[in-house]
Design a protein around this ligand. Structure first.
Ligand SMILES: Cc1ncc(COP(=O)(O)O)c(C=O)c1O
Length: 408
């Protein structure tokens, strides 16, 4: 397989040429990624040439509306879903909140929702609050040692009262990639819908949501090289069933039903830049004709191969230290490069020390306090989190390992 051309990749991200960031190695990508050039170009063009109300009959407005439509159409095609099954909201947290309101209206008291304690709060808190409306909440719990979700445990929680199963594609502190196809099949066989938080996985490649099978798949564009938007796939059968949460006159338009906030026109338009980036990467590394979902899949595989090769030395370096508890698996395969470490002092303090060595990292609970608590991590200390993505270089991993040696 072709290797990822990191020099080409880094040339697509202005941050790597930015003088004030020279010598700074970025390891808080799970919090938010650098932005790629096509997104910045589209945002600038929108604000300078098209910043008018879209979908009106004059040229600037028509270009604005067309670019918003282009973003939805191209990204939906890459995700293997229909154009109107993808919508944009202000953030994933807001999108799950709106969806929870819709499920709250759809479900009868006594029906059940399964949530995990591995999720970021965004895909668990809004669902748990439905208990106030008489909906039963069942918790699918992680193994306290490994942080893993075991599908056998889910099977024991499923019965004909369960209407929805919510879980992460990958936790933002455990890092392990959950078997979405297997879990979705279990839930569907029991007659339940499935909501997957893809926020921590999507920065490592766009997936074929159609093939994975969930009814809802969510991620955040500001972590996938784009602007601050939440992307939400709601498959048609579920989207049509859930009560409309938007304006009454938007109820017949699937992609408007779960976005009660007025859309951020410029940012939605700029999201097309994420599709440009994937297509440019495909052309640069592979080329030839392929469907959007196949192009995204090929770029995903290139990114993951690069990340996996860089991740193993980091895992090896931390797992052998007595003063460190590595959260999640110690092998790179089937793991995102999101590495949380529980230490004998607060993660945030260690991040401050790492900053002296040009490492940009963070400490805390990363809104995954339920998972860290279940694993016995002291909430006062939290974890140090080191997260990278495909644009990270081997040199930056070396810089991180040297800094960790000095600081731990
Ligand atoms: C795994 C995961 N899910 C959900 C969210 C929430 O996303 P947003 O900031 O778009 O609300 C985050 C944000 O860090 C996350 O890491």
């Amino acid at each position: 397989m072709t290797d990822l051309d990191t020099a080409w990749v880094r040339a697509q991200f202005p941050a790597f040429a930015e003088p004030s960031l020279q010598g700074q190695a970025f390891f808080e990508n799970a919090g938010g990624s650098y932005t790629c050039q096509p997104v910045i170009d589209r945002l600038t063009r929108y604000y300078t040439q098209r910043k008018v109300q879209p979908y009106a009959p004059y040229p600037a407005s028509q270009l604005a509306g067309a670019e918003m439509d282009e973003a939805r159409q191209r990204l939906a095609a890459m995700l293997g879903v229909e154009t109107d099954e993808l919508s944009f909201g202000p953030s994933t947290t807001q999108n799950t909140y709106v969806l929870a309101q819709a499920f709250g209206q759809l479900l009868e008291p006594g029906e059940a929702i399964i949530v995990t304690n591995q999720d970021h709060e965004a895909n668990t808190g809004p669902w748990r609050r439905l208990a106030d409306r008489g909906i039963e909440l069942r918790e699918w719990c992680i193994d306290p040692e490994t942080g893993q979700l075991n599908p056998d445990d889910l099977e024991n929680l499923l019965d004909d009262k369960v209407r929805l199963v919510c879980f992460p594609h990958c936790s933002n502190v455990v890092g392990q990639v959950n078997p979405v196809v297997e879990i979705t099949a279990l839930a569907h066989a029991a007659g339940a819908f499935v909501c997957v938080d893809g926020v921590s996985y999507a920065p490592h490649g766009f997936v074929d949501v159609g093939a994975l099978g969930p009814d809802i798949y969510l991620f955040s564009a500001y972590k996938t090289f784009g602007p601050h938007q939440g992307l939400m796939v709601v498959r048609r059968a579920l989207g049509a069933l859930l009560p409309n949460q938007g304006h009454v006159f938007n109820g017949d338009t699937l992609y408007k039903r779960f976005t009660p906030a007025g859309p951020d026109h410029a940012q939605i338009a700029a999201c097309a830049g994420m599709a440009d980036y994937v297509d440019d990467a495909y052309r640069h590394h592979i080329g030839g004709d392929a469907s959007p979902v196949a192009r995204a899949g090929a770029v995903h595989d290139l990114m993951r191969a690069h990340e996996t090769a860089l991740l193993q030395p980091l895992l090896d370096a931390v797992k052998s230290r007595n003063s460190v508890r590595l959260i999640g698996p110690d092998t790179a395969r089937n793991r995102a490069p999101t590495v949380a470490l529980a230490l004998n002092r607060p993660g945030e303090e260690v991040a401050v020390d790492l900053a002296q060595h040009g490492i940009m990292a963070g400490g805390g609970d990363f809104y995954a306090g339920r998972a860290l608590g279940a694993m016995g991590v002291d909430p006062a200390k939290g974890v140090l989190r080191l997260s990278f993505t495909h644009y990270t270089s081997a040199g930056e991993i070396d810089q991180l390992l040297t800094a960790l040696d000095a600081v731990l």
